[in-house]
Design a binder for this molecule. Structure first.
Ligand SMILES: [Zn+2]
Length: 206
């Protein structure tokens, strides 16, 4: 396999309109028509704007399928000196390494207790009556590719015995989300304010 690599420039109008900002790109193509690009640097080619502004990027990760892109949005701005665009804060994704942590986080305590009862009474996963029981079975199945109530009930009993030790339960997660919501909204406002004083660069190929 061999790579062809070459460099080219993109340019964008500067804030005052009398000059440009240049972005140097390195592109590599392989034999199968795959290509990747890398930014080698950006320069303000305008004496006035170079005095007043510096370049900053606002990077945001979002969910997308691999064939639709890399899931990164990268916007470049001329930002007045003395101002910074805060980093974009991401919403926390909870993930748990242990099944008991996962169940304790997803299912309220009273439902865990009711599910034990349901599982002991009905004995088969196909006969479970409660939605929470089926949810727990599904969580277990996703992780271990099996759904044996004999294995699941002891996990639930462990959770109940040690309930105080779990940092994340539906209640603590709800509290966390309320605080997080405020922080994210503050973060969004601060970003919007910094952007409103900045000039977004629209890079195009020459
Ligand atoms: Zn300018």
């Amino acid at each position: 396999m061999s790579w062809d690599s070459f460099e080219y420039d993109l340019s964008a109008k500067c804030a005052c309109g009398n000059g440009i900002v240049i972005r140097h790109i390195l592109q590599r193509d392989d034999d199968w028509n795959r290509s990747e690009t890398r930014c080698l640097g950006e320069e303000i080619h305008c004496a006035d704007c170079a005095k007043k502004y510096h370049i900053e990027h606002l990077i945001r990760h979002y969910f997308c399928m691999p064939w639709d892109g890399d899931g990164i949005s990268d916007r470049a701005f001329l930002v007045p000196n003395g101002i910074h665009i805060p980093k974009y804060k991401e919403k926390r994704i909870f993930s748990f390494s242990r099944i008991d942590e996962q169940i304790a986080a997803d299912v309220p305590l009273k439902d865990i207790k009711a599910s034990i009862n349901d599982m002991q009474t009905n004995k088969y996963t196909t006969r479970l009556e409660l939605g929470s029981s089926r949810e727990i079975v599904l969580l277990y199945q996703r992780r271990y590719k099996k759904k044996s109530l004999k294995m699941i009930i002891p996990v639930l009993e462990t959770i109940i015995q040690n309930y105080d030790k779990y940092e994340w339960t539906p209640e603590t997660i709800t509290e966390y989300r309320i605080t997080e919501e405020k922080e994210l909204s503050k973060n969004n406002k601060e970003i919007a304010e910094a952007i409103s004083k900045s000039f977004e660069l629209d890079f195009r190929r020459n």
